[in-house]
Write a protein that binds this ligand. Structure first.
Ligand code: AP5
Ligand code: MG
Length: 233
């Protein structure tokens, strides 16, 4: 059965703002679903699929993957997953006006009772550069860590994933020059996307994320709730 009352949260923030970390907490603690286009693309690359070979260069250089490719993959994922959850986090999608337009049209046509909110994560570019330079991720389960000494997100054993015990790696788009490109790409599209959501009357929640991750999660729940009453509204 389709959960027509499903809520979509578009996590809208610069690379390194913490979209994946916060989404991971929502999945773990609230049982929500996360669609990370970046994670899906990296999986294709590591498995050497045809799509993976096609997008490898764009990801390595911090550029965007073709809108058409992204939208096709997202639509497939949504149709497959919407029935199994009441809230879906879109982590890293939509990233361009074209993606946003196609996605909103898809919802209107196929899931008219689903609702959408944008959660805007605010952080300075300086903080982003510091966070991404010290990020490590688990290649197997995508868990996200930080090697900053005092970080609450450090792994218990150096370079080993707490959840699945695989080795942690540095993403190959976390090189300084690629981080700069990714930030430029983000800022290039941000204003246009926000204006589009405003014109459509989509709710935009803004959060300062220059706080501990636990505090960010707490603020997020205060803003949007924990999902327990979503399907009753
Ligand atoms: P994607 O994987 O989506 O990368 P991104 O948007 O650049 O974002 P990141 O994953 O780097 O950062 P994040 O916000 O998730 O932060 P995280 O939680 O890891 O996309 C990669 C590439 O795929 C794109 O460049 C593009 O090529 C392609 N792509 C993807 N989607 C696409 C689309 N829709 N269209 C076209 N192309 C697309 O946190 C970062 C670090 O900070 C971690 O170490 C974490 O521990 C730490 N941290 C997080 N929160 C806190 C906190 N509150 N305090 C302290 N440290 C924190
Ligand atoms: Mg991420």
């Amino acid at each position: 059965m389709i959960q027509e009352c499903a809520k979509f949260f578009i996590f809208f923030g610069a690379p390194g703002s913490g979209k994946g970390s916060l989404a991971g907490m929502c999945v773990e603690r609230l049982g929500w679903r996360q669609l990370s286009t970046g994670n899906l693309f990296r999986k294709h690359i590591s498995e050497g699929t045809e799509l993976g070979n096609q997008i490898d260069f764009a990801i390595k250089s911090g550029k965007l993957v073709d809108d058409e490719v992204v939208v096709k993959m997202v639509a497939g994922w949504v149709f497959e997953n919407i029935s199994s959850t009441k809230a879906i986090i879109l982590d890293g999608f939509p990233r361009t006006l074209v993606q946003a337009q196609i996605f909103m049209d898809l919802l209107k046509k196929d899931f008219p009772n689903a609702s959408v909110s944008v959660v805007k994560l605010e952080i300075s570019d300086e903080k982003v550069i510091a966070r991404l330079s010290s990020r490590r991720t688990c290649q197997k389960c995508n868990a996200i860590y930080s090697v900053v000494k005092e970080s609450e997100r450090g792994p218990q054993v150096d370079n080993v994933c707490d959840s699945c015990e695989s080795i942690l790696v540095q993403r190959n788009d976390d090189k300084p020059e690629t981080i700069v490109t990714r930030l430029e790409v983000y800022h290039k599209h941000a204003g246009q996307l926000l204006r589009f959501y405003e014109q459509l009357g989509v709710k935009i929640e803004t959060m300062n994320v220059e706080k501990t991750l636990d505090k960010v999660f707490e603020n997020f729940i205060t803003l949007v709730g924990d999902g327990s009453d979503y399907c009753k509204e």
